[in-house]
Design a binder for this molecule. Structure first.
Ligand code: ADP
Length: 638
């Protein structure tokens, strides 16, 4: 309790000391407490009353072990004022002690400085962390400069990046690292003022420029400079953070080069595309390209004029929405059978001459088309179709067939007359003829027969092509029909030193209904070919008949002649086609016979096939369904 001083006009200093926050203790040299204010007593764990006049060493025996005791002794013995700081025994409160020695007393002032000390310690700790952090950064050079640009700190990263150790760089000018051109620039006062101005307004400047290492090598650096501005707005110093951007710069430059290359390539591609487009537009054929889904990607000028659309109208559209496709009988062709669809699905090239195209703007016109796949890394990614209007060709073809038909008709009558008259002469109706005369007449007859067959073939072909071949069905017994036809060929066989052997099962004793004249022509052609393409020496041709009751019958003609080369097999039914070995073996021939055989067989509802091996022999087989025989009618136009 403070003493009552209200009646006293003078203030007792002890009373003042009692009111202050600072602890005050005074001991005589025997450690008796001669004065203590409340704060001072509290420090020792007592009240002021409890401690006054007491020997502290007796009151608190452990006092002699405290740092305060040790320091007080030191102060007394050295007779010097001492100041120190320590924490209390529980380590939670920081105290500041001032010890004043005098000849009779030792006065101790105690201040509780926990708050400031903790703050200071925390700050110190965080600075330590920062320093460690900056020190440990290896990829960035981080350092400080004073206001004149002299280096004051140097981290590990700076050492790594620039090659200088802290000892030999601290105190040097930062411009040491700049490339010559930048050094000159930075000396320019205007430049410097500008930089400072920027630092003051923005707080930092960022630069990308060359920096020089200790060994003289350069690297492309990104440099961020920040200024420390003091209370008066003046710059005290700078921090610099520098990193090596050479790799990045190289990558950027590489990217730039790639971009330029790409631009150049894309310009070249554009030019190429323009060239291709011009080329595509200039050709006489229509060209349409579709992607893997059938969407139009190219539609050239000719395609536009044939189908009546402009390219922008149809690009991106499915091709089957743009034009229709019908066959020769004007029947719609199913989508999956349309050439582009077939090519996209199978990857096969399709050539077609029997298609008609039409669109909203164009009436149906016949086309000759080729559709081919576009293949990328084994994948069908689209198809290209080239086509042209063949109306004119069709007309010319038709006119030609009509001419052939007319000419053949005109030829047939005199040839039949020659045949008749030669047979009369050979039959000795006008007197006996000599052996020489007979030989000559036989040769005339043979040549005439060939001419008749040729004319018949020509007639059939032109009728088939103009669609005027009429099929007249009759009934006959299969067995008799084949036997008759073979018998007629015997004369030719004999002349060629050949025997024709006919094999017929009893099942061939059935009635068939077909156009006998046409079927006879087919069979005769096959037998004559077998005879003539057998090698000069004695040969045998086998004609075999097979019947599959209720289903079909087949007649095969087999020889052991020159055979057909493998690559020619696919062409032998084409008009005017003759294989090389046949041309060598027999110069005369026209390549019409097999073409006619195929067309007629199919017109009669049958099929023809050929199996052959070069130098071994050939077998042609025709087969016809037994139930399905075409009625007498006009064949389809081809
Ligand atoms: P041509 O016999 O007048 O040449 P074809 O149309 O009858 O005409 O035959 C076409 C081609 O088929 C022949 O040129 C020949 O190359 C081949 N050929 C037909 N039959 C036979 C056969 N039996 N043996 C070998 N080649 C044949």
């Amino acid at each position: 309790m403070p003493e009552d001083t209200s009646k006293d006009s003078t203030i007792n200093p002890k009373q003042v000391l009692d009111t202050i926050k600072q602890g005050v203790l005074a001991f005589d040299h025997n450690w008796n407490c001669r004065y203590a204010n409340e704060e001072g007593a509290k420090y020792l764990g007592f009240s002021k009353k409890q401690i006054l006049g007491k020997d502290i060493l007796k009151l608190v025996p452990t006092f002699s072990e405290t740092q305060l005791y040790a320091k007080s002794i030191e102060s007394l013995t050295t007779n010097k004022f001492l100041k120190f700081q320590c924490r209390n025994t529980r380590g939670v409160i920081w105290y500041n002690f001032h010890i004043n020695p005098s000849p009779t007393l030792v006065v101790i002032y105690i201040n509780n400085v926990t708050e400031e000390t903790e703050k200071f310690l925390k700050l110190e700790e965080s600075e330590k962390h920062h320093r460690t952090l900056i020190e440990s950064v290896k990829d960035y050079a981080i350092f400080l400069l004073d206001h004149k640009g002299k280096i004051t700190t140097w981290n590990k990263g700076a050492e790594n990046l620039l090659g200088h150790s802290a000892e030999n760089i601290i105190g040097k000018q930062v411009s040491l690292f700049y490339a010559k051109e930048d050094r000159v620039r930075s000396k320019n006062p205007t430049f410097f003022t500008n930089q400072l101005g920027l630092l003051q307004t923005d707080g930092k400047i960022e630069h990308d420029r060359w920096w020089i290492r200790k060994d003289g090598s350069r690297f492309w650096a990104n440099e961020i400079t920040t200024a420390f501005v003091n209370d008066k707005g003046k710059i005290d110093g700078f921090t610099k953070v520098v990193r090596d951007m050479t790799e990045r710069k190289n990558t950027d430059e590489m990217l730039k080069r790639y971009t330029q290359d790409l631009e150049r390539t894309s310009r070249a591609v554009e030019a190429e595309v323009a060239k291709d487009e011009a080329l595509l537009d200039s050709i006489g054929e229509a060209v349409v390209a579709v992607d893997g889904e059938g969407r139009i990607v190219v539609f050239n000028q000719q395609a536009q004029s044939l189908l009546g659309y402009t390219a922008p109208d149809v690009l991106g559209d499915y091709y089957f929405n743009v034009w229709n496709s019908v066959n020769e009988d004007q029947e719609m062709i199913a989508l999956e059978k349309r050439p582009l669809s077939v090519t996209l699905k199978t990857g096969k090239k399709v050539i077609n001459t029997s298609c008609y195209f039409s669109s909203t703007y164009r009436r149906a016109f016949p086309v000759m088309l080729t559709s081919a796949p576009v293949v990328l890394e084994g994948q069908i990614i689209g198809a290209v179709m080239v086509f042209r209007d063949i109306r004119k060709e069709k007309e010319v073809d038709r006119a030609k067939s009509e001419f052939v038909s007319l000419a053949s008709h005109q030829l047939r009558t005199p040839l039949t007359a020659i045949k008749l008259y030669v047979e009369i002469l050979l039959g000795s109706n006008f007197g006996v003829i000599s052996t020489e005369q007979q030989e000559v007449l036989t040769s005339i007859n043979e040549s005439n027969e060939k001419m008749i067959r040729l004319v018949e073939n020509l007639l059939n072909v032109s009728r088939l092509e103009t669609g005027t071949l009429s099929i007249k069905t009759e009934q006959t017994v299969l067995k008799d029909f084949v036997a008759d036809t073979v018998r007629e060929s015997n004369a030719v066989a004999e002349l060629n030193n050949c025997t024709v052997v006919l094999t017929m099962p009893s099942s061939s004793d059935i009635r068939i209904t077909t156009d006998l004249v046409l079927l006879r022509q087919v069979l005769t052609n096959l037998i004559n070919n077998a005879i003539t393409y057998s090698k000069g020496r004695k040969s045998t041709v086998y004609v075999n008949v097979k019947v599959h009751p209720g289903k079909y019958f087949e007649i095969s003609v087999e020889d052991s002649g020159i055979g057909i080369p493998k690559d020619a097999l696919q062409n032998i039914f084409q008009r005017f086609y003759r294989a090389d070995n046949a041309v060598k073996a027999r110069t005369e021939g026209n390549g019409l016979g097999l073409y006619m055989c195929k067309m007629v067989t199919e017109a009669l509802g049958g099929k023809i096939a050929c199996v052959s091996k070069l130098e071994v022999g050939t077998t042609f087989t025709i087969c016809f369904p037994l139930s399905k025989v075409r009625p007498a009618s006009k064949s389809r136009r081809k």
